[in-house]
Design a protein around this ligand. Structure first.
Ligand SMILES: CCCCC/C=C\C/C=C\C/C=C/C(=O)SCCNC(=O)CCNC(=O)[C@H](O)C(C)(C)COP(=O)(O)OP(=O)(O)OC[C@H]1O[C@@H](n2cnc3c(N)ncnc32)[C@H](O)[C@@H]1OP(=O)(O)O
Length: 248
């Protein structure tokens, strides 16, 4: 039925490095241009981890030019996913904080494996950083304003039952059924004529995407100013050190 699977593979935690973002965009573009494909299942090849989100090492101790290039790549992936003409289904087979969660929120439907460790949410505030407005918009469009307001301020990571309750995911299923469920949901979505579904998706999503498109450069400048602050760099270093020391 013309369904591709994109399996994220950047061990150990599928962090969204510049290289991963770039490759993801290229793969998506190829699928968009190949008319034999109508849908994509986005999943992970790293056991227990869907994606650890944006790669913190790309946002810490690097040059302004690097931050700008990285942020443009983050914007590009979000825009491509959010406005994709393909049916995108996230088969979430692991934990998905921050950028990992955002990636799944750009999909049309989310199936999450029922494992209490597989938390998801936009936890940026816990790192001492702030989810950008378009991250916030994506969450609001999924779970509504009040739930998003609380989740964003507290940096909440929702376990599966809670994620389902607030509407962050559409289905929670046993881990060994995530892929088959994604496939049967895909069949349902592909039963709808493409042109009608695509125009409807665009109608729903374009106003949100346009807000970023209209001010992409300003958004990059805003990110540069924010991420270069000494206090923000310090927060990120402390957070990364904590992650690294967990093992020791
Ligand atoms: C108003 C102003 C607005 C302007 C906007 C400006 C700024 C906002 C910018 C960005 C938004 C940010 C979005 C993000 O996505 S930030 C990333 C958030 N991610 C996380 O918090 C997850 C962190 N990771 C974990 O919690 C755990 O690693 C895990 C995913 C639960 C997996 O746990 P596990 O025990 O299996 O692995 P380890 O913790 O031992 O990790 C292994 C290894 O990976 C490194 N690592 C983990 N996560 C990341 C990451 N996101 N980026 C880079 N590296 C990561 C970890 O340090 C370990 O490294 P080591 O060298 O020790 O092997």
């Amino acid at each position: 039925m013309g369904v591709a699977v994109i399996k994220l593979k950047n061990p150990p935690v599928n962090s969204l490095s510049l290289e991963v973002l770039t490759e993801f965009v290229i793969s998506l573009e190829k699928l968009e241009n190949d008319k034999t494909f109508r849908g994509v299942i986005v999943t992970s090849d790293c056991p227990g981890i869907f994606s650890a989100g944006l790669d913190l090492t790309e946002m810490c101790g690097k040059s302004q030019a690097h931050y700008a290039e990285y942020w443009r790549a983050v914007q590009e992936l979000w825009l491509r996913l959010y406005l994709s003409n393909l049916v995108l289904i996230a088969a979430i087979n692991g934990v998905s904080p921050a950028g990992g969660c955002l990636m799944s929120l750009t999909c049309d439907y989310r199936v999450l494996a029922d494992n209490p460790k597989y938390n998801m949410g936009l936890n940026e505030t816990l790192l001492g950083i702030v989810a950008p407005s378009w991250f916030k918009d994506t969450l609001v469009n999924t779970v509504g304003h009040r739930t998003a307001e609380r989740a964003l301020q507290l940096g909440l990571l929702f376990p599966p039952a809670e994620a389902l309750r607030v509407g962050m995911v559409d289905q929670v299923v046993p881990e060994d059924q995530v892929h088959s469920t994604a496939l049967s949901v895909m069949a349902q979505w592909l039963a709808v004529p493409d042109h009608a579904r695509q125009l409807t998706k665009n109608l729903m999503r374009k106003p949100t995407a346009d807000r970023l498109v209209k001010q992409r450069d300003a958004d990059i400048q805003y990110f540069l100013r924010f991420i270069s602050r000494d206090s923000i760099q310090k927060s990120l270093r402390v957070y990364l050190d904590k992650l690294r020391q967990k093992k020791g």
